[in-house]
Design a protein around this ligand. Structure first.
Ligand SMILES: Cc1cc2nc3c(=O)[nH]c(=O)nc-3n(C[C@H](O)[C@H](O)[C@H](O)COP(=O)(O)OP(=O)(O)OC[C@H]3O[C@@H](n4cnc5c(N)ncnc54)[C@H](O)[C@@H]3O)c2cc1C
Length: 390
């Protein structure tokens, strides 16, 4: 396994639980995740359940009551999606807000403590060569290692993807994300936990509580060109974030005033692959299907990938290449659909033309009023999925 992020740690654990011995190489000496929140919906929680981690993660999770789509200025709520008990009852698992560090630590520590997993930190996989019976890899310190398969979990900037897909590069989405976590006040924590999407023109701001840490997570997405191609993750200035989203509403201004150390993150994606494996090498997670975060599903897809990969490998233990192809077949259509649905949300959240805004948001408000469960049901196909049976 190359890469020990959320996806790589989950896949290492899943494969170990399916009976395989795993060596995981992670390029960073300390793989801890940076500070920010993640929404993990029922489909992702079902993957955690299969991994035996739902109960370990639950104490760190906030369970939002609902998602609201609101308009800057008036603050009008145009649509509500019930989460909480409604989501858990309909889809068989809860909806969690988690700090990335809490989720990653749970996955990484469970993988590290599994007797079938060995983890080597500060080791970058630089090359993979396949022979008839095995894959040989080279590491950046000159060492080599051999195994029956190589799983590339090396993120959106994956170098190993080339061996499966030929030369291609991450694609800039034309959008930059601001990320910040601010302290929650007692008043914030006294309110029911709600995830809110504030829909501006060519931009949107998402806020949600991480109540167990007494924090509020903010993600602001702006349509723009990145400053430089190299600026994958850069410290930003609070004043610049406020310039992008300030003056929208008293609630958002109160949060922006508390931002001290935001990050700017140009959003890249990967074009869908027609095949995810070549012989004994396969891709997964962002390395395979990095998508814009407008449906909050990138990590959920990486968790699903992990479970389906392990189950397909276990179904054909003696035939790695076919097992990896089965996995690719099982996952490709779904992740492409999720990628498209993420883009549809970008359109919905960023409408600029006043007439379009009136028509679309008026329509959404009418649907919400007439059929309160309607907006949520739109995603039945997404949340009903269970990687343990798919
Ligand atoms: C602003 C934003 C908000 C998001 N919100 C959500 C959300 O609410 N819900 C959700 O489900 N998803 C969300 N996502 C998506 C989610 O963060 C990603 O999909 C997920 O983290 C991908 O995990 P990964 O393990 O595939 O990749 P990464 O997390 O990128 O991990 C890749 C790992 O591989 C290592 N590596 C790289 N190259 C090598 C190599 N050659 N050898 C060894 N190691 C290597 C890296 O050091 C890294 O640790 C969001 C994303 C963004 C940008």
């Amino acid at each position: 396994m190359a890469g020990g992020g959320i996806g790589g740690a989950a896949a290492a654990l899943a494969l170990a639980r399916a009976g395989f011995a795993v060596r995981l190489f992670e390029a960073r000496p300390d793989p801890a995740e940076a500070g920010a929140g993640l929404q993990i919906a029922a489909n992702g929680v079902k993957a955690l359940r299969w991994l035996g981690l739902e109960d370990a993660v639950a104490p760190f999770a906030t369970r939002p009551e609902r998602l609201e789509l609101r308009l800057p200025g008036s603050g009008r709520t145009v649509s509500r999606v019930a989460l909480g008990a409604a989501h858990a009852g309909r889809y068989g698992a809860p909806y969690f807000h988690l700090h990335r560090a809490d989720l990653h630590r749970a996955l990484f520590e469970a993988a590290r403590s599994h007797p079938a997993v060995s983890i080597e930190l500060g080791r970058r996989v630089t090359r993979a060569v396949q022979t008839a019976g095995e894959v040989s890899i080279e590491l950046d310190n000159g060492d080599t290692a051999e195994g029956r398969a190589l799983i590339g979990a090396d993120g959106v900037r994956s170098a190993l993807r080339e061996g499966v897909a030929g030369i291609d590069a991450p694609v800039f989405t034309g959008m930059t994300a601001w990320r910040a976590v601010v302290p929650a006040t007692d008043a914030d924590l006294a309110r029911p936990p709600v995830a809110t999407v504030w829909m501006g023109r060519g931009r949107h701001l998402v806020t949600y509580p991480l109540a167990t840490r007494r924090e509020i997570n903010l993600i602001g997405v702006v349509e723009e060109k990145p400053a430089t191609d190299e600026s994958w993750l850069a410290a930003g200035a609070p004043a610049d974030m406020a310039a992008d989203f300030g003056g929208w509403h008293a609630e958002t201004d109160a949060l922006l005033q508390r931002v001290t150390a935001p990050w700017r993150w140009p959003l890249y994606e990967r074009h869908p692959l027609s095949v995810w494996s070549a012989g004994r090498v396969a891709q997964r997670g962002d390395a395979c299907h990095a998508m814009p975060p407008f449906l909050a599903q990138g990590a959920c897809m990486a968790l699903e990938d992990a479970v389906v990969l392990a189950r397909r490998m276990a179904a054909r233990p003696g035939d790695v290449a076919h097992a990896l192809r089965d996995y690719s077949e099982a996952r490709r259509e779904r992740t492409m659909k999720v990628q498209r649905a993420s883009w549809a949300n970008a359109w919905r959240f960023h409408l600029a033309h006043p007439v379009l805004r009136t028509c679309v948001y008026g329509g959404l408000a009418a649907i919400s009023a007439l059929v309160p469960s309607g907006p949520g049901r739109m995603y039945d196909w997404l949340y009903r999925y269970d990687p343990a049976t798919a």
